[in-house]
Design a protein around this ligand. Structure first.
Ligand code: SF4
Length: 121
């Protein structure tokens, strides 16, 4: 079976043609660098994504705190992770890389703050 896909690892967006046999990647063509083959293999076996979002923030100059996963998470967990993120309320002060949710949705990955905010009081 052949599958066409676009590599999203860098802005080159190479068009990949992937040959799959017995649920395993047999060959990848169209990739300009080795990362494309690795991406195709992972995307077809265990697709993962970084998640960025914001959480409610109190006691700061803005009312939303940007957050990000500390590592890519399985794609099928994104919906549940977003549910957890949407429940969170943080109070400033907060520092960049502070853990906002530990081991979110049992992925082994944390949700961390993307920037710092001072307290306004
Ligand atoms: S194959 Fe390499 S060069 Fe092409 S998009 Fe992927 S990472 Fe970029």
């Amino acid at each position: 079976m052949k599958k066409e896909m676009v590599c999203i690892v860098c802005p080159m967006s190479c068009h990949l043609s992937v040959e799959i046999e017995k649920k395993k990647v047999k060959s990848v063509v169209g990739n300009t660098c080795p990362r494309g083959a690795k991406y195709a293999s992972e995307e077809l076996t265990n697709p993962t994504r970084m998640v960025t979002s914001t959480v409610f923030l109190k006691n700061a100059e803005l009312n939303r705190l940007p957050v990000v996963t500390s590592a890519p998470i399985p794609k099928q967990k994104i919906k549940d992770v977003m549910k957890q993120i949407n429940k969170v309320k943080v109070k400033a002060p907060v520092k960049r890389n502070d853990v906002i949710i530990e081991n979110v949705s049992r992925t082994g990955v944390n949700i961390i703050a993307s920037r710092s905010f001072e307290s306004i009081k």
